[in-house]
Design a protein around this ligand. Structure first.
Ligand code: NAP
Length: 278
């Protein structure tokens, strides 16, 4: 019988801890303020931004929202980031992705001061993961590590396979597992004999962005399976990259979608805002 890894419960636990920490900071006269920038009117992004504002309000973090029209130029966005970099009352800056096609992510993300880059996407923070110096950890992979630890799942010495090599999930995920002393393999669309590799995993983290791609035939008996994917199926229901029905009976523990990795991402963002670089 598999154990369901309850991301909703753990994220609530983290938010309570952060609320306590924030109350201590406020009592000693220190505030936290997150500036969130949304360019354009993508409905999913608008929901993410609202959820971040709600989480900030719950914990006691001040939030500033900048909702810019989709015609905003790259220069205008960079100007706003520069202004927020200079503001002493702003500790965190987040640019909601994806950006409209005419704005280049690779120009915008490095413009955020690394000390305020609470998403952990600035090259300085990306490098910090690799070298182990203090920095901001990207929220989704950090959330997966926290899920494993709070579920009492040992990482050290385990064979971990990360399916997906994106800059925001797959690659940093692999580095964080390595930091926990796992033996790590990264797979991607060019991996040969994919099922042979995923089938070795004690812990399999799936971030492929393909609904239900990973079925029971990819998974070893007794593996821990973490599903990072988020999609809406044809009925509008949320689903992941893992075919839960066929994988769960083989797994020793598995995350559901929704209620697994998703809520942890926002909790770790809040942690970055409250605790700063660690
Ligand atoms: P991405 O940038 O599209 O990367 C997908 C990765 O999967 C790529 O490395 C790609 O390989 C690999 N891949 C795609 N199809 C494959 C296949 N058939 N076999 C093997 N590998 C394959 O996606 P992402 O940004 O990492 O996101 C992945 C999923 O996580 C998405 O569903 C996204 O919505 C979700 N997500 C969730 C959260 C959260 O908070 N829960 C946060 C971020 C993302 P190549 O590199 O070779 O192309």
């Amino acid at each position: 019988m598999y154990k369901l890894i309850d991301g909703k419960k753990f994220s609530q636990e983290i938010k309570e801890e952060l609320k306590g920490r924030m109350a201590e900071l406020l009592a000693s006269g220190r505030t936290r303020c997150l500036a969130v920038i949304l360019v354009g009117n993508d409905p999913a992004s608008a929901v993410y931004v609202r959820n971040k504002e709600k989480a900030c309000a719950y914990i006691g973090i001040r939030s500033l929202s900048y909702v810019l029209p989709k015609e905003t130029t790259e220069e205008e966005l960079l100007e706003l980031i520069g202004e927020l970099n200079r503001r002493e009352d702003v500790n965190g800056i987040l640019v909601q992705l994806p950006l409209p096609a005419h704005i280049h992510e690779e120009k915008v993300l490095p413009a955020i001061s690394p000390e305020k880059d609470v998403d952990g996407f600035h090259p300085f923070n990306v490098g910090s993961i690799n070298t182990g110096r203090p920095g901001y950890l990207p929220c989704t992979p950090a959330g997966v590590i926290e899920l494993l630890k709070r579920s009492g799942i040992e990482i050290e010495g385990k064979e971990c396979v990360v399916l997906g090599r994106s800059n925001i999930v797959g690659k940093p995920m692999a580095m964080l597992l390595l930091r926990e002393n796992a033996t790590v393999t990264i797979c991607h669309s060019r991996t040969v004999n994919l099922k042979d590799v995923t089938g070795r995993a004690d812990i399999l983290v799936v971030a492929v962005g393909r609904p239900g791609l990973v079925d029971g035939s990819y998974v070893k008996e007794g593996a821990v399976v973490i599903d990072v994917g988020i999609h809406r199926d044809e009925n509008g229901k949320l689903c992941g990259d893992v075919d839960f029905e066929s994988v769960a009976p083989k797994a020793s523990a598995i995350t559901p979608v929704p209620g697994g990795v998703g809520p942890m991402t926002i909790a770790m963002l809040m942690k970055n805002c409250v605790c700063g670089m660690e």
